[in-house]
Design a protein around this ligand. Structure first.
Ligand code: MLT
Length: 410
């Protein structure tokens, strides 16, 4: 019998969203006529922008003709998409990157997990608490941790507490860590970090030769002009940070799949002899061995996100979700529920009323309002007593959800 990877058995329970799905199914089987509104998982509901879908179609048509057919593409992505990304996401914000520093992929979730391939198990990792569970769980899976304690903290991971008391911005550790996951705008809390706050992390990383793994999947939702969209807007970050970007939430690609990871050539780790090794070369080696690139029509669709029409249409979609977020925030505040986020992010992070537990509030909302959100404790022990609502729903569902909340929670 083949031996399994025992580290998987340390994982506390199922991944959060399948567990929520299980509870919804149980409820719906028992209440088949209830119209359940889902504001749980951050999955988009608006269709692809017309300019994007037109480019997608053209990409498919290219595959029907001998002279424009494409087989395997470059594992790192086509240069026309990489050049477009550099010009629109980075140069436009004063950040200079080389094409060889961008790696197009099929998702930030996978990249955040796969990046662990190039780092030794002995590295000390810091994650937020609460946190996007992928950062924590993938470190458990590769064997970087011991078992979880009764609260759910894994031995070997440094947890950075994020609560209302620190405005959901974690304090810099006083000891040395090697890999630091930061996500801004934050999932799940919706918090954003200022340039000054990020500068402190960059200074820490440079001083301790640490690497920041910066998840910018939600940068399109930033509305404040002073808030950085990329970690590379912070001086020094080009020497200590890897950035993950995604088309999922900014352009509705959760089902289409396209993302990118930036690994600057100036980034180094050290080998067993203590000599510096370029992380860009390692990631390139990893990707070219384990990944065959994103499909040609999908990359054509992604390229069209940056056409003038594509930008204008996608900005409209982002505004639609931010308007949902406003409605959710105001609806909650009207029934005296304290909430955070939802201004520069598509998530509203609320304090459960009456000191209820996160799962207790989940069950109450599901049973009384037929509404699904995400229990804060699913994102880590410091998320207990909090709850997340996603603004990615359809407008009529958001309005209906808020009227049910008003009726049941007031
Ligand atoms: C979430 O709801 O936290 C996200 O949709 C999960 C993801 O992007 O993988």
């Amino acid at each position: 019998m083949a031996q399994i990877n025992d580290h998987y058995l340390k994982l506390k329970s199922g991944y959060l969203f399948p567990e929520i799905g299980r509870r919804i199914k149980f409820f719906s089987d028992a209440n088949p006529t209830a119209k359940v509104i889902r504001l749980g998982i951050g999955d988009v509901t608006r269709p692809l922008a017309p300019a994007v879908i037109a480019a997608f179609h053209r990409g498919v048509d290219d595959l029907t003709r001998v002279n424009s057919f494409r087989g395997y593409g470059p594992e790192q992505g086509y240069d026309w998409l990489i050049d477009t990304v550099i010009a629109n996401c980075f140069q436009s914000r004063g950040v200079q990157l080389k094409p060889s520093e961008i790696f197009i992929s099929d998702g930030s979730k996978c990249d955040c997990a796969n990046i662990l391939d190039i780092f030794a198990l002995g590295n000390k990792v810091a994650v937020g608490d609460p946190v996007y569970p992928v950062y924590n769980d993938t470190n458990v899976m590769v064997g970087r941790t011991g078992a979880a304690d009764s609260q759910g903290y894994y031995d070997g991971i440094r947890y950075l507490t994020c609560t209302a008391e620190n405005n959901f911005i974690p304090a810099i550790p006083t000891e040395k860590v090697d890999l630091i996951y930061l996500c801004f705008p934050n999932n799940p809390t919706g918090a954003v970090a200022s340039k000054e706050q990020l500068q402190k992390w960059v200074d820490y990383a440079l001083a301790h030769e640490a690497i920041i793994l910066f998840d910018a999947a939600y940068e399109a939702f930033i509305t404040g002009p002073e808030i950085p969209h990329s970690i590379y807007e912070i001086p020094g970050a080009g020497k200590c940070a890897i950035e993950f970007r995604s088309f999922s939430k900014s352009a509705g690609f959760t089902g289409v799949r396209c993302a990118l990871t930036v690994v600057p050539e100036a980034l180094s780790g050290k080998n067993a002899q203590g000599e510096p090794v370029a992380l860009n070369a390692l990631w390139n080696r990893r990707q070219t061995t384990k990944f065959n690139g994103v499909s040609y029509p999908v990359q054509r669709a992604a390229e069209a996100v940056y056409s003038p029409e594509g930008q204008q249409q996608n900005q409209e979609i982002v505004r639609y979700y931010l308007e949902n977020a406003r409605l959710i925030r105001e609806g909650l505040e009207a029934v005296a529920v304290s909430c955070y986020g939802g201004v520069n992010a598509p998530y509203i992070w609320l304090k459960t009323p009456g000191g209820m537990s996160s799962w207790g509030f989940f069950d109450k909302l599901l049973n009384e309002c037929h509404l699904v959100g995400t229990p804060g404790s699913g994102f880590g022990p410091s998320g207990e007593g909090y709850f997340r609502l996603s603004a990615f729903g359809q407008r009529e569902d958001v309005e209906e959800a808020m009227s049910r909340i008003k009726k049941n929670l007031a």
